[in-house]
Design a protein around this ligand. Structure first.
Ligand code: ADP
Length: 319
């Protein structure tokens, strides 16, 4: 088993501003809030932070502006052991920012301004081609231009690298991308957007739900994906390959904030697969990371370190 896998994450870096008030403001209204926080985020950066905290050698590829927010994002990555040599500080654009309004019930209204993430292009992939070619795992999401993702996954697939694509936010993808993907990790609603197959939520009847997951996953396998893992929040995760399908129950926790549970899952999955763990073992490890992240507030602050995750796995078995 590999001690310290090389994980390359290509994706977004976003700085989140969170303001909470008793309710969401109406059009034209100014409200007094009771909490304000500033947090480093973006799916790419979150997944890189999770992989770094679990002990992998992690390289992040992406873009920020040459500004205060970009500096904060880079500092957060480095504090988790992530190499930021391939995050370009672009003077022509601003760092991506996200304004989140939250009400007392936890409902939110969000505006994301992607800025530098949209400028992440082939040249960023080319600059990091050497580490992609030698990576144990390449991890991508869809918060940067899909053409950049397509270019990177093709490069990794050419070298027979393991490619994890977390297709979020969801959009239909060409087979040329899917055929390069070793593990696709949509949530149920993303699987629906990718396939056009309705994926019914639990509550519509268990057999219906399983059948709809199975059908959507089969369609994705037909497009050339090797493994489809549909993450199901408090229901855990579902795997389908050409040979088999299996459900992995979630670890029983009392969540305080489910933000970035999927990012914890993907970061941990990359590390486990990079270490050479079996798919079963890797999904159980990722389920534990996802569950543990829900017990802490925030995105990057909720990503566990290796010792905490191992201790959590020992004390809690999946429900
Ligand atoms: P996302 O955060 O992208 O919406 P999910 O909600 O599917 O993705 O969560 C990803 C993973 O995190 C799940 O597969 C599961 O392992 C874990 N997880 C999420 N919510 C919970 C929960 N309430 N209890 C236990 N595990 C959870």
């Amino acid at each position: 088993m590999k001690q310290r896998p090389r994980i390359v994450v290509l994706g977004s870096l976003v700085f989140d501003f969170v303001a909470r008030a008793p309710r969401l403001p109406r059009l034209g209204e100014t409200l007094l809030g009771d909490f304000f926080g500033m947090f480093p985020g973006g799916k790419g950066a979150n997944q890189a932070v999770q992989a770094g905290r679990l002990g992998a050698e992690v390289f992040m590829i992406g873009r920020v502006g040459q500004d205060f927010l970009g500096e904060q994002l880079l500092t957060s990555l480095r504090a988790s052991g992530v190499t930021t040599e391939f995050v370009r500080e672009d003077t022509a654009v601003k760092t991506a920012a996200c304004c989140i309004h939250v009400d007392a019930q936890g409902q939110n209204a969000i505006v994301i301004v992607p800025e530098a993430n949209l400028a992440c292009g082939r040249e960023d992939v080319d600059a990091a081609a050497k580490v992609i070619r030698s990576a144990d795992v390449l991890v991508c999401q869809l918060e940067i231009p899909v053409a950049t993702v397509a270019y990177a996954v093709a490069l990794a697939a050419e070298q027979r690298r393991t490619v994890i694509l977390n297709p979020a936010p969801a959009q239909p993808l060409p087979e040329s991308i899917l055929a390069c993907v070793t593990v696709l990790t949509p949530i149920d609603t993303e699987a629906e957007v990718l396939t056009g197959c309705p994926v019914k939520q639990p509550g519509h009847g268990e057999p219906d739900f399983c059948a709809s997951l199975s059908k959507a996953a089969a369609q994705l396998l037909g497009s050339g994906v090797e493994n489809v893992i549909i993450t199901l929040g408090e229901q855990g995760a579902y795997l389908r390959t050409k040979e088999r399908e299996q459900h992995y129950p979630a670890f029983p926790v009392t969540p305080v904030d489910t933000t970035a549970a999927g990012d914890a899952f993907n970061g941990a999955l990359a590390v486990a697969l990079g270490e050479g763990k079996s798919m079963d073992e890797a999904i159980r490890f990722a389920n534990a990371a996802g569950a543990l992240s829900t017990t802490r507030a925030g995105a990057q602050p909720s990503m566990a370190r290796r010792d905490a995750l191992e201790a959590f796995r020992k004390t809690l078995a999946p429900s």
